[in-house]
Design a protein around this ligand. Structure first.
Ligand code: XMP
Length: 565
Protein backbone atom coordinates (compact mmCIF):
# COMPACT_ATOMS: atom_id res chain seq x y z
CA UNK A 1 0.00 0.00 0.00
CA UNK A 2 1.41 3.37 -0.91
CA UNK A 3 0.70 6.38 1.24
CA UNK A 4 2.03 9.91 1.09
CA UNK A 5 4.25 11.62 3.56
CA UNK A 6 4.10 15.31 4.44
CA UNK A 7 6.30 16.19 1.49
CA UNK A 8 3.88 14.49 -0.87
CA UNK A 9 6.42 11.78 -1.74
CA UNK A 10 5.17 8.25 -1.80
CA UNK A 11 6.40 5.81 0.74
CA UNK A 12 5.50 2.29 1.79
CA UNK A 13 2.96 2.05 4.55
CA UNK A 14 4.01 0.17 7.61
CA UNK A 15 3.19 -3.49 7.33
CA UNK A 16 1.12 -3.70 10.44
CA UNK A 17 -1.28 -0.94 9.46
CA UNK A 18 -4.72 -2.08 8.44
CA UNK A 19 -5.89 1.18 6.96
CA UNK A 20 -7.39 0.43 3.62
CA UNK A 21 -6.64 2.70 0.73
CA UNK A 22 -8.96 1.39 -1.93
CA UNK A 23 -12.40 2.77 -2.47
CA UNK A 24 -15.61 1.62 -0.99
CA UNK A 25 -16.55 -0.52 1.90
CA UNK A 26 -14.40 -3.51 2.35
CA UNK A 27 -15.10 -4.15 5.94
CA UNK A 28 -15.26 -7.87 5.85
CA UNK A 29 -12.12 -8.20 3.78
CA UNK A 30 -10.34 -6.15 6.37
CA UNK A 31 -11.31 -8.55 9.12
CA UNK A 32 -10.24 -11.42 6.97
CA UNK A 33 -6.99 -9.65 6.27
CA UNK A 34 -6.31 -9.14 9.92
CA UNK A 35 -7.18 -12.72 10.62
CA UNK A 36 -4.36 -13.99 8.47
CA UNK A 37 -2.18 -13.95 11.53
CA UNK A 38 -4.25 -16.75 12.98
CA UNK A 39 -3.06 -19.41 10.55
CA UNK A 40 -5.18 -22.25 9.20
CA UNK A 41 -6.22 -23.54 5.80
CA UNK A 42 -6.27 -21.21 2.83
CA UNK A 43 -9.38 -20.88 0.73
CA UNK A 44 -9.20 -21.86 -2.89
CA UNK A 45 -9.24 -18.97 -5.33
CA UNK A 46 -11.72 -19.25 -8.15
CA UNK A 47 -10.53 -20.00 -11.64
CA UNK A 48 -10.25 -16.83 -13.68
CA UNK A 49 -13.61 -16.76 -15.34
CA UNK A 50 -14.68 -13.77 -17.36
CA UNK A 51 -18.25 -12.79 -18.06
CA UNK A 52 -19.52 -15.02 -20.82
CA UNK A 53 -22.54 -14.67 -23.10
CA UNK A 54 -21.97 -13.11 -26.52
CA UNK A 55 -18.46 -12.12 -25.68
CA UNK A 56 -16.93 -8.95 -26.98
CA UNK A 57 -14.37 -6.80 -25.25
CA UNK A 58 -12.05 -3.91 -25.66
CA UNK A 59 -8.70 -4.61 -24.05
CA UNK A 60 -6.70 -1.74 -22.59
CA UNK A 61 -2.97 -2.45 -22.62
CA UNK A 62 -1.76 -0.68 -19.50
CA UNK A 63 1.47 1.32 -19.55
CA UNK A 64 0.85 2.68 -16.07
CA UNK A 65 -1.00 5.95 -16.61
CA UNK A 66 -2.97 7.31 -13.68
CA UNK A 67 -5.91 7.38 -16.10
CA UNK A 68 -5.74 3.77 -17.32
CA UNK A 69 -8.57 2.62 -15.10
CA UNK A 70 -10.61 5.58 -16.23
CA UNK A 71 -10.28 4.45 -19.86
CA UNK A 72 -11.75 1.08 -18.91
CA UNK A 73 -14.60 2.77 -17.06
CA UNK A 74 -15.36 5.05 -20.00
CA UNK A 75 -15.50 2.08 -22.37
CA UNK A 76 -17.85 0.26 -20.04
CA UNK A 77 -20.02 3.36 -19.79
CA UNK A 78 -20.50 2.81 -23.53
CA UNK A 79 -21.87 -0.64 -22.59
CA UNK A 80 -18.91 -2.57 -23.92
CA UNK A 81 -17.00 -4.88 -21.63
CA UNK A 82 -13.44 -3.73 -21.08
CA UNK A 83 -10.47 -5.10 -19.21
CA UNK A 84 -7.24 -3.45 -18.26
CA UNK A 85 -4.21 -5.73 -18.59
CA UNK A 86 -0.50 -5.17 -17.95
CA UNK A 87 1.44 -4.50 -21.18
CA UNK A 88 3.27 -7.83 -20.92
CA UNK A 89 0.14 -10.00 -20.64
CA UNK A 90 0.39 -13.08 -22.90
CA UNK A 91 -2.12 -13.61 -25.70
CA UNK A 92 -3.50 -16.77 -24.06
CA UNK A 93 -4.96 -14.60 -21.31
CA UNK A 94 -6.45 -12.12 -23.76
CA UNK A 95 -7.95 -14.56 -26.29
CA UNK A 96 -10.84 -15.78 -24.07
CA UNK A 97 -12.10 -12.21 -23.85
CA UNK A 98 -12.73 -12.21 -27.59
CA UNK A 99 -11.24 -8.74 -28.07
CA UNK A 100 -12.69 -6.51 -30.76
CA UNK A 101 -9.97 -3.88 -30.41
CA UNK A 102 -7.08 -2.65 -28.30
CA UNK A 103 -6.42 0.64 -26.55
CA UNK A 104 -2.85 1.47 -25.61
CA UNK A 105 -2.92 3.56 -22.44
CA UNK A 106 -0.78 6.51 -21.49
CA UNK A 107 2.12 6.04 -19.13
CA UNK A 108 4.98 7.78 -17.37
CA UNK A 109 7.79 6.29 -19.50
CA UNK A 110 9.48 7.69 -22.60
CA UNK A 111 9.97 5.38 -25.59
CA UNK A 112 13.59 6.57 -25.58
CA UNK A 113 14.32 5.08 -22.19
CA UNK A 114 16.14 1.79 -22.15
CA UNK A 115 13.65 -0.98 -21.45
CA UNK A 116 10.65 1.31 -22.07
CA UNK A 117 7.49 -0.80 -22.17
CA UNK A 118 6.18 -1.53 -25.66
CA UNK A 119 3.03 -3.19 -26.96
CA UNK A 120 3.04 -6.98 -27.41
CA UNK A 121 3.40 -8.16 -31.03
CA UNK A 122 0.01 -9.88 -31.03
CA UNK A 123 -1.88 -6.59 -31.01
CA UNK A 124 -0.38 -5.82 -34.44
CA UNK A 125 -0.60 -9.40 -35.70
CA UNK A 126 -4.26 -9.70 -34.72
CA UNK A 127 -5.26 -7.14 -37.37
CA UNK A 128 -7.73 -5.74 -34.85
CA UNK A 129 -8.26 -1.97 -34.48
CA UNK A 130 -5.87 -0.15 -32.16
CA UNK A 131 -6.17 3.22 -30.45
CA UNK A 132 -3.01 4.59 -28.84
CA UNK A 133 -3.50 7.30 -26.22
CA UNK A 134 -0.70 9.67 -25.18
CA UNK A 135 2.25 7.34 -24.43
CA UNK A 136 0.24 4.84 -26.52
CA UNK A 137 0.51 6.96 -29.70
CA UNK A 138 4.27 7.18 -29.19
CA UNK A 139 4.48 3.44 -28.78
CA UNK A 140 2.66 3.09 -32.11
CA UNK A 141 5.01 5.54 -33.79
CA UNK A 142 8.09 3.86 -32.36
CA UNK A 143 7.04 0.29 -33.12
CA UNK A 144 5.63 0.90 -36.59
CA UNK A 145 8.61 2.79 -37.99
CA UNK A 146 7.97 6.46 -37.19
CA UNK A 147 10.08 8.81 -35.13
CA UNK A 148 9.46 10.14 -31.65
CA UNK A 149 11.55 13.09 -30.52
CA UNK A 150 12.42 13.56 -26.86
CA UNK A 151 10.41 16.57 -25.73
CA UNK A 152 12.17 19.65 -24.46
CA UNK A 153 8.91 21.18 -23.29
CA UNK A 154 6.16 19.46 -21.40
CA UNK A 155 2.78 20.22 -22.91
CA UNK A 156 0.28 19.97 -20.11
CA UNK A 157 -3.29 21.18 -19.87
CA UNK A 158 -5.93 22.53 -22.21
CA UNK A 159 -5.47 22.74 -25.97
CA UNK A 160 -7.84 23.12 -28.89
CA UNK A 161 -8.07 20.26 -31.33
CA UNK A 162 -8.66 21.17 -34.97
CA UNK A 163 -9.73 18.36 -37.27
CA UNK A 164 -7.90 18.09 -40.59
CA UNK A 165 -9.89 15.10 -41.81
CA UNK A 166 -13.47 15.60 -40.76
CA UNK A 167 -14.51 12.43 -42.59
CA UNK A 168 -12.48 10.06 -40.45
CA UNK A 169 -14.81 7.56 -38.75
CA UNK A 170 -13.03 8.41 -35.49
CA UNK A 171 -14.50 11.91 -35.69
CA UNK A 172 -18.16 11.11 -36.39
CA UNK A 173 -20.43 13.68 -34.68
CA UNK A 174 -17.46 15.82 -33.64
CA UNK A 175 -17.34 19.60 -34.19
CA UNK A 176 -14.40 20.88 -36.32
CA UNK A 177 -12.71 22.23 -33.17
CA UNK A 178 -13.01 21.17 -29.54
CA UNK A 179 -11.04 21.40 -26.27
CA UNK A 180 -8.78 18.50 -25.31
CA UNK A 181 -6.52 17.71 -22.37
CA UNK A 182 -2.83 17.26 -23.17
CA UNK A 183 -0.12 15.78 -21.02
CA UNK A 184 3.07 14.77 -22.80
CA UNK A 185 6.72 15.65 -23.22
CA UNK A 186 7.89 13.56 -26.21
CA UNK A 187 6.37 14.36 -29.59
CA UNK A 188 5.95 12.51 -32.86
CA UNK A 189 8.36 13.92 -35.42
CA UNK A 190 7.65 11.49 -38.19
CA UNK A 191 4.64 9.27 -38.57
CA UNK A 192 5.09 5.58 -39.44
CA UNK A 193 4.57 4.66 -43.12
CA UNK A 194 0.89 4.62 -44.08
CA UNK A 195 -0.22 7.08 -41.37
CA UNK A 196 -1.65 10.55 -41.94
CA UNK A 197 -2.22 13.40 -39.50
CA UNK A 198 -5.96 13.68 -38.85
CA UNK A 199 -5.99 16.61 -36.42
CA UNK A 200 -3.63 19.14 -34.84
CA UNK A 201 -3.38 21.56 -31.95
CA UNK A 202 -1.30 24.70 -31.72
CA UNK A 203 1.70 22.86 -30.29
CA UNK A 204 1.17 19.40 -31.76
CA UNK A 205 1.00 19.16 -35.56
CA UNK A 206 0.23 15.46 -35.12
CA UNK A 207 -2.37 15.46 -32.34
CA UNK A 208 -4.22 12.58 -34.01
CA UNK A 209 -2.84 10.16 -36.59
CA UNK A 210 -4.45 7.24 -38.34
CA UNK A 211 -3.83 4.47 -40.82
CA UNK A 212 -6.26 2.36 -42.81
CA UNK A 213 -9.18 3.44 -40.68
CA UNK A 214 -7.94 0.79 -38.26
CA UNK A 215 -4.98 2.09 -36.25
CA UNK A 216 -5.25 5.48 -34.56
CA UNK A 217 -3.23 7.50 -32.11
CA UNK A 218 -4.27 10.44 -29.92
CA UNK A 219 -1.74 12.72 -28.32
CA UNK A 220 -4.36 13.86 -25.77
CA UNK A 221 -6.49 12.11 -23.16
CA UNK A 222 -10.04 11.36 -24.39
CA UNK A 223 -10.94 9.65 -21.10
CA UNK A 224 -10.76 12.69 -18.81
CA UNK A 225 -13.56 15.15 -18.18
CA UNK A 226 -11.41 18.01 -19.53
CA UNK A 227 -11.84 16.51 -23.01
CA UNK A 228 -15.60 16.98 -23.40
CA UNK A 229 -15.76 15.21 -26.78
CA UNK A 230 -13.54 12.39 -25.56
CA UNK A 231 -16.41 10.02 -24.96
CA UNK A 232 -17.66 10.52 -28.52
CA UNK A 233 -14.19 9.68 -29.85
CA UNK A 234 -14.05 6.54 -27.72
CA UNK A 235 -17.56 5.60 -28.77
CA UNK A 236 -16.64 6.06 -32.46
CA UNK A 237 -13.65 3.81 -31.95
CA UNK A 238 -15.56 1.14 -30.04
CA UNK A 239 -18.66 1.02 -32.24
CA UNK A 240 -17.73 2.57 -35.60
CA UNK A 241 -14.24 1.10 -35.91
CA UNK A 242 -14.19 -2.04 -33.73
CA UNK A 243 -17.81 -2.96 -34.54
CA UNK A 244 -18.87 -3.71 -30.98
CA UNK A 245 -22.57 -4.27 -30.32
CA UNK A 246 -22.74 -3.08 -26.71
CA UNK A 247 -23.94 -5.99 -24.64
CA UNK A 248 -22.39 -4.97 -21.32
CA UNK A 249 -25.53 -4.01 -19.45
CA UNK A 250 -26.61 -4.40 -15.85
CA UNK A 251 -29.39 -6.76 -16.89
CA UNK A 252 -27.03 -9.00 -18.88
CA UNK A 253 -24.51 -8.99 -16.05
CA UNK A 254 -27.12 -10.10 -13.53
CA UNK A 255 -28.48 -12.84 -15.79
CA UNK A 256 -25.04 -14.17 -16.65
CA UNK A 257 -23.85 -14.03 -13.05
CA UNK A 258 -26.84 -15.95 -11.83
CA UNK A 259 -26.27 -18.66 -14.43
CA UNK A 260 -22.58 -18.83 -13.57
CA UNK A 261 -23.12 -18.95 -9.81
CA UNK A 262 -25.65 -21.76 -10.28
CA UNK A 263 -23.13 -23.74 -12.34
CA UNK A 264 -20.30 -23.08 -9.92
CA UNK A 265 -22.18 -23.84 -6.70
CA UNK A 266 -24.30 -26.77 -7.87
CA UNK A 267 -25.83 -28.22 -4.73
CA UNK A 268 -23.13 -26.75 -2.49
CA UNK A 269 -23.61 -24.47 0.48
CA UNK A 270 -22.46 -20.87 0.55
CA UNK A 271 -21.76 -18.51 3.42
CA UNK A 272 -21.37 -14.78 3.23
CA UNK A 273 -20.48 -12.26 5.90
CA UNK A 274 -22.86 -9.31 5.80
CA UNK A 275 -21.68 -5.96 6.99
CA UNK A 276 -24.31 -3.46 5.96
CA UNK A 277 -21.98 -2.18 3.22
CA UNK A 278 -22.89 -2.17 -0.43
CA UNK A 279 -20.42 -4.76 -1.75
CA UNK A 280 -21.35 -7.57 0.61
CA UNK A 281 -25.02 -6.65 0.22
CA UNK A 282 -24.93 -6.93 -3.57
CA UNK A 283 -22.98 -10.19 -3.41
CA UNK A 284 -25.49 -11.64 -0.98
CA UNK A 285 -28.51 -10.69 -3.07
CA UNK A 286 -26.94 -11.95 -6.29
CA UNK A 287 -25.96 -15.28 -4.78
CA UNK A 288 -29.37 -15.55 -3.15
CA UNK A 289 -31.06 -15.01 -6.52
CA UNK A 290 -28.94 -17.82 -7.92
CA UNK A 291 -29.05 -20.47 -5.21
CA UNK A 292 -31.71 -19.31 -2.72
CA UNK A 293 -31.55 -21.06 0.62
CA UNK A 294 -28.23 -22.70 -0.14
CA UNK A 295 -26.84 -19.34 0.97
CA UNK A 296 -26.57 -18.41 4.63
CA UNK A 297 -25.48 -14.92 5.58
CA UNK A 298 -23.75 -14.33 8.85
CA UNK A 299 -24.17 -10.89 10.33
CA UNK A 300 -21.78 -10.35 13.20
CA UNK A 301 -22.87 -7.37 15.26
CA UNK A 302 -19.70 -6.20 16.97
CA UNK A 303 -21.57 -3.42 18.72
CA UNK A 304 -19.51 -0.81 16.90
CA UNK A 305 -22.06 0.08 14.23
CA UNK A 306 -24.04 3.28 13.85
CA UNK A 307 -27.47 3.86 15.36
CA UNK A 308 -30.17 1.70 13.73
CA UNK A 309 -27.69 0.16 11.30
CA UNK A 310 -28.21 -3.35 12.64
CA UNK A 311 -31.99 -3.12 12.45
CA UNK A 312 -31.95 -1.64 8.96
CA UNK A 313 -29.61 -4.27 7.56
CA UNK A 314 -31.50 -7.06 9.21
CA UNK A 315 -34.85 -5.80 7.97
CA UNK A 316 -33.69 -5.49 4.38
CA UNK A 317 -32.20 -8.96 4.18
CA UNK A 318 -34.42 -11.05 6.41
CA UNK A 319 -37.79 -9.34 6.19
CA UNK A 320 -37.77 -7.81 2.71
CA UNK A 321 -35.63 -10.29 0.84
CA UNK A 322 -36.44 -13.36 2.90
CA UNK A 323 -32.85 -14.50 3.17
CA UNK A 324 -31.31 -16.94 5.61
CA UNK A 325 -29.49 -14.79 8.11
CA UNK A 326 -27.72 -15.71 11.26
CA UNK A 327 -27.59 -12.61 13.39
CA UNK A 328 -25.10 -12.71 16.23
CA UNK A 329 -25.08 -10.05 18.89
CA UNK A 330 -21.45 -10.26 19.90
CA UNK A 331 -21.20 -6.72 21.23
CA UNK A 332 -20.40 -7.80 24.81
CA UNK A 333 -17.54 -10.01 23.63
CA UNK A 334 -16.04 -7.24 21.56
CA UNK A 335 -16.34 -4.66 24.32
CA UNK A 336 -14.67 -7.03 26.74
CA UNK A 337 -11.77 -7.59 24.35
CA UNK A 338 -11.46 -3.85 23.76
CA UNK A 339 -11.13 -3.06 27.46
CA UNK A 340 -8.10 -0.86 28.11
CA UNK A 341 -7.07 -1.03 24.46
CA UNK A 342 -5.93 2.40 23.30
CA UNK A 343 -3.59 1.82 20.38
CA UNK A 344 -5.55 2.06 17.09
CA UNK A 345 -3.74 -0.81 15.40
CA UNK A 346 -4.28 -3.04 18.41
CA UNK A 347 -7.97 -2.13 18.27
CA UNK A 348 -8.10 -3.21 14.63
CA UNK A 349 -6.28 -6.45 15.37
CA UNK A 350 -8.46 -7.34 18.32
CA UNK A 351 -11.65 -6.62 16.40
CA UNK A 352 -10.46 -8.59 13.37
CA UNK A 353 -9.52 -11.60 15.44
CA UNK A 354 -12.74 -11.59 17.40
CA UNK A 355 -14.76 -11.20 14.22
CA UNK A 356 -13.21 -14.29 12.71
CA UNK A 357 -13.75 -16.26 15.91
CA UNK A 358 -17.45 -15.43 15.98
CA UNK A 359 -17.81 -16.00 12.24
CA UNK A 360 -16.11 -19.35 12.53
CA UNK A 361 -18.25 -20.46 15.48
CA UNK A 362 -21.41 -19.61 13.59
CA UNK A 363 -20.24 -21.15 10.33
CA UNK A 364 -19.38 -24.36 12.16
CA UNK A 365 -22.97 -24.64 13.35
CA UNK A 366 -24.18 -24.75 9.74
CA UNK A 367 -22.23 -27.94 9.08
CA UNK A 368 -20.61 -28.55 5.72
CA UNK A 369 -19.97 -25.35 3.78
CA UNK A 370 -18.41 -25.25 0.30
CA UNK A 371 -18.17 -21.61 -0.69
CA UNK A 372 -17.41 -18.27 0.85
CA UNK A 373 -18.96 -15.38 -1.12
CA UNK A 374 -16.97 -12.16 -1.06
CA UNK A 375 -17.29 -8.69 -2.52
CA UNK A 376 -13.92 -8.38 -4.24
CA UNK A 377 -14.10 -5.63 -6.89
CA UNK A 378 -12.27 -5.09 -10.17
CA UNK A 379 -9.85 -2.41 -8.89
CA UNK A 380 -8.53 -4.97 -6.38
CA UNK A 381 -8.11 -7.52 -9.17
CA UNK A 382 -6.30 -5.02 -11.38
CA UNK A 383 -4.06 -3.97 -8.57
CA UNK A 384 -3.18 -7.54 -7.84
CA UNK A 385 -2.45 -8.30 -11.49
CA UNK A 386 -0.53 -5.24 -12.50
CA UNK A 387 1.70 -3.83 -9.87
CA UNK A 388 4.15 -6.56 -9.09
CA UNK A 389 4.47 -8.95 -6.23
CA UNK A 390 4.05 -6.38 -3.44
CA UNK A 391 0.58 -5.49 -4.61
CA UNK A 392 -0.33 -9.10 -5.24
CA UNK A 393 0.75 -9.99 -1.76
CA UNK A 394 -1.48 -7.31 -0.32
CA UNK A 395 -4.45 -8.32 -2.38
CA UNK A 396 -4.11 -11.95 -1.46
CA UNK A 397 -4.51 -11.01 2.14
CA UNK A 398 -8.01 -9.75 1.34
CA UNK A 399 -8.82 -13.27 0.29
CA UNK A 400 -7.21 -14.82 3.23
CA UNK A 401 -9.53 -16.51 5.64
CA UNK A 402 -6.69 -18.06 7.53
CA UNK A 403 -8.71 -17.96 10.72
CA UNK A 404 -11.17 -20.52 9.47
CA UNK A 405 -10.62 -24.13 10.49
CA UNK A 406 -8.89 -26.54 8.14
CA UNK A 407 -11.96 -28.70 7.57
CA UNK A 408 -13.72 -25.66 6.16
CA UNK A 409 -11.55 -25.38 3.06
CA UNK A 410 -13.67 -23.02 1.06
CA UNK A 411 -13.91 -22.05 -2.55
CA UNK A 412 -14.21 -18.34 -3.05
CA UNK A 413 -17.21 -17.00 -4.89
CA UNK A 414 -16.49 -13.51 -6.12
CA UNK A 415 -19.25 -12.49 -8.50
CA UNK A 416 -18.27 -8.80 -8.47
CA UNK A 417 -14.61 -9.29 -9.33
CA UNK A 418 -15.09 -7.71 -12.75
CA UNK A 419 -17.10 -4.72 -11.61
CA UNK A 420 -16.18 -1.16 -10.77
CA UNK A 421 -17.82 0.38 -7.73
CA UNK A 422 -20.29 2.43 -9.77
CA UNK A 423 -21.32 -0.75 -11.60
CA UNK A 424 -21.84 -2.52 -8.27
CA UNK A 425 -24.18 0.27 -7.25
CA UNK A 426 -26.18 -0.05 -10.47
CA UNK A 427 -26.43 -3.80 -9.99
CA UNK A 428 -27.55 -3.25 -6.39
CA UNK A 429 -30.29 -0.86 -7.46
CA UNK A 430 -31.39 -3.16 -10.22
CA UNK A 431 -31.59 -6.05 -7.73
CA UNK A 432 -33.94 -3.96 -5.61
CA UNK A 433 -31.64 -2.95 -2.76
CA UNK A 434 -32.73 0.31 -1.12
CA UNK A 435 -30.97 3.46 -2.35
CA UNK A 436 -29.89 4.18 1.18
CA UNK A 437 -27.85 0.99 1.27
CA UNK A 438 -26.53 1.27 -2.27
CA UNK A 439 -25.25 4.81 -1.77
CA UNK A 440 -23.92 4.35 1.74
CA UNK A 441 -20.68 6.16 2.38
CA UNK A 442 -17.72 3.87 3.16
CA UNK A 443 -17.63 2.78 6.77
CA UNK A 444 -14.53 1.19 8.29
CA UNK A 445 -14.63 -2.43 9.41
CA UNK A 446 -13.65 -1.64 13.01
CA UNK A 447 -16.53 0.82 12.98
CA UNK A 448 -16.94 3.40 15.69
CA UNK A 449 -14.04 1.91 17.66
CA UNK A 450 -11.55 3.87 15.55
CA UNK A 451 -13.63 7.02 15.88
CA UNK A 452 -13.35 6.97 19.66
CA UNK A 453 -9.94 8.18 20.66
CA UNK A 454 -8.71 6.11 23.57
CA UNK A 455 -10.55 3.27 25.27
CA UNK A 456 -13.88 2.19 23.78
CA UNK A 457 -16.65 1.97 26.37
CA UNK A 458 -20.41 1.48 26.16
CA UNK A 459 -20.99 5.02 27.40
CA UNK A 460 -18.67 6.55 24.81
CA UNK A 461 -20.27 4.49 22.06
CA UNK A 462 -23.65 5.91 23.08
CA UNK A 463 -22.30 9.47 22.91
CA UNK A 464 -20.72 8.89 19.51
CA UNK A 465 -23.83 7.21 18.12
CA UNK A 466 -25.94 10.19 19.16
CA UNK A 467 -23.49 12.63 17.65
CA UNK A 468 -23.04 10.66 14.45
CA UNK A 469 -26.80 10.40 14.03
CA UNK A 470 -27.13 14.19 14.05
CA UNK A 471 -24.25 14.67 11.59
CA UNK A 472 -25.75 12.14 9.19
CA UNK A 473 -29.22 13.54 9.55
CA UNK A 474 -28.18 17.13 8.84
CA UNK A 475 -25.86 16.18 5.98
CA UNK A 476 -28.66 14.21 4.36
CA UNK A 477 -31.16 17.02 4.91
CA UNK A 478 -28.72 19.39 3.21
CA UNK A 479 -28.57 16.91 0.30
CA UNK A 480 -24.81 16.62 0.58
CA UNK A 481 -24.55 12.97 1.56
CA UNK A 482 -23.72 11.62 -1.88
CA UNK A 483 -21.35 14.43 -2.77
CA UNK A 484 -19.18 13.67 0.22
CA UNK A 485 -16.88 10.69 0.31
CA UNK A 486 -17.41 10.42 4.05
CA UNK A 487 -18.95 12.56 6.78
CA UNK A 488 -18.89 11.56 10.42
CA UNK A 489 -18.15 12.48 14.02
CA UNK A 490 -15.14 11.60 16.13
CA UNK A 491 -15.26 11.44 19.91
CA UNK A 492 -11.96 12.78 21.21
CA UNK A 493 -10.62 12.07 24.66
CA UNK A 494 -10.37 15.78 25.38
CA UNK A 495 -12.71 17.32 27.93
CA UNK A 496 -13.20 21.03 28.27
CA UNK A 497 -15.15 23.51 30.34
CA UNK A 498 -18.42 24.94 29.12
CA UNK A 499 -21.45 26.68 30.48
CA UNK A 500 -25.05 25.63 30.07
CA UNK A 501 -27.73 27.78 31.65
CA UNK A 502 -26.31 28.69 35.04
CA UNK A 503 -24.14 25.62 35.26
CA UNK A 504 -20.53 24.97 34.51
CA UNK A 505 -20.08 21.84 32.43
CA UNK A 506 -17.06 19.66 31.84
CA UNK A 507 -17.75 17.66 28.71
CA UNK A 508 -16.30 15.95 25.69
CA UNK A 509 -14.92 17.63 22.60
CA UNK A 510 -16.41 16.18 19.42
CA UNK A 511 -14.86 16.66 15.98
CA UNK A 512 -16.78 16.65 12.72
CA UNK A 513 -15.01 15.27 9.68
CA UNK A 514 -16.37 15.63 6.15
CA UNK A 515 -14.20 14.96 3.11
CA UNK A 516 -14.42 14.81 -0.63
CA UNK A 517 -12.35 12.18 -2.40
CA UNK A 518 -12.17 10.02 -5.51
CA UNK A 519 -10.60 6.94 -4.03
CA UNK A 520 -9.62 7.63 -0.39
CA UNK A 521 -5.93 7.80 -1.33
CA UNK A 522 -6.12 11.58 -1.12
CA UNK A 523 -8.95 13.66 0.27
CA UNK A 524 -9.85 17.26 0.83
CA UNK A 525 -11.88 18.61 3.74
CA UNK A 526 -15.32 19.62 2.54
CA UNK A 527 -16.21 23.29 2.56
CA UNK A 528 -19.51 22.71 4.35
CA UNK A 529 -21.77 25.77 4.57
CA UNK A 530 -21.38 27.65 7.86
CA UNK A 531 -25.07 27.49 8.67
CA UNK A 532 -25.01 23.71 8.25
CA UNK A 533 -22.03 23.48 10.61
CA UNK A 534 -23.87 25.76 13.02
CA UNK A 535 -26.96 23.53 12.96
CA UNK A 536 -24.87 20.41 13.52
CA UNK A 537 -23.00 22.00 16.40
CA UNK A 538 -26.14 23.39 18.07
CA UNK A 539 -27.95 20.12 17.86
CA UNK A 540 -25.04 18.10 19.21
CA UNK A 541 -24.48 20.21 22.31
CA UNK A 542 -28.20 20.40 22.97
CA UNK A 543 -29.16 16.82 22.24
CA UNK A 544 -26.16 14.70 23.24
CA UNK A 545 -25.50 14.63 26.98
CA UNK A 546 -21.80 14.76 27.81
CA UNK A 547 -20.70 16.86 24.81
CA UNK A 548 -20.18 20.61 25.22
CA UNK A 549 -17.84 21.54 22.36
CA UNK A 550 -17.72 20.84 18.63
CA UNK A 551 -14.84 21.48 16.21
CA UNK A 552 -14.57 21.00 12.45
CA UNK A 553 -11.53 19.20 11.04
CA UNK A 554 -9.99 21.32 8.26
CA UNK A 555 -7.06 19.12 7.26
CA UNK A 556 -6.76 17.25 4.02
CA UNK A 557 -5.16 13.89 3.30
CA UNK A 558 -2.19 13.99 3.11
CA UNK A 559 -0.89 14.95 5.60
CA UNK A 560 -3.83 13.76 7.73
CA UNK A 561 -5.79 10.60 7.17
CA UNK A 562 -9.55 10.47 6.77
CA UNK A 563 -10.13 8.58 10.00
CA UNK A 564 -8.59 9.94 13.15
CA UNK A 565 -7.17 6.58 14.19
P1 XMP B 1 -7.66 6.71 6.10
O1 XMP B 1 -8.07 7.01 7.49
O2 XMP B 1 -6.49 5.77 6.02
O3 XMP B 1 -8.87 5.95 5.43
O4 XMP B 1 -7.43 7.95 5.28
C1 XMP B 1 -8.99 5.64 4.07
C2 XMP B 1 -10.30 4.90 3.88
O5 XMP B 1 -10.23 3.64 4.52
C3 XMP B 1 -11.20 3.53 5.53
N1 XMP B 1 -10.56 2.84 6.65
C4 XMP B 1 -10.79 1.58 6.95
N2 XMP B 1 -11.63 0.68 6.41
N3 XMP B 1 -10.92 -0.90 8.01
C5 XMP B 1 -11.68 -0.56 6.94
O6 XMP B 1 -12.45 -1.40 6.48
C6 XMP B 1 -10.07 -0.05 8.60
O7 XMP B 1 -9.40 -0.39 9.57
C7 XMP B 1 -10.00 1.26 8.05
N4 XMP B 1 -9.29 2.36 8.37
C8 XMP B 1 -9.65 3.32 7.49
C9 XMP B 1 -11.61 4.94 5.85
O8 XMP B 1 -12.92 4.99 6.40
C10 XMP B 1 -11.48 5.62 4.52
O9 XMP B 1 -12.60 5.38 3.69
Amino acid sequence: MVIFDKMGKSQKASNDSHRIATSGDIEVSTYLEIAKGLGGEQPVSPKETVPSGEREAIVVIDFGSQYSMLIARRVRECQVYCELVPYDTPWEKIAPLNPKGFILSGGPASVHERGAPLAPAYIYESQLPILGICYGIQVLAQQLGGQVMPGTKHEYGHAVLHLSDVDSPLFADLPPSSPVWMSHADRIEEMPPGFTALAHTENSPIAVMGSDERIFGLQFHPEVAHTPEGKTILKNFIYGICGCTGNWTVGNFIDESITRIKEQVGKGKVICALSGGVDSAVVAVLVHRAVGDQLTCIFVDHGLLRREEVERTFNVFRLNLGMNIIYVDASKRFLKRLKRVIDPEVKRKVIGEEFIKVFEEEARKIGRVDFLAQGTLYPDVIESASSGSKASAKIKTHHNVGGLPARMTLNLLEPLRYLFKDEVRQVGLSLGLPEEMVWRQPFPGPGLAIRIIGEVTKAKLEILRGTDWIVMNEIKKAKLYRQLWQSFAVLTDVKSVGVMGDYRTYGYLVAIRAVTSEDAMTADWARLPYDLLARISNRIVNEVPGVNRVVYDITSKPPSTIEWE
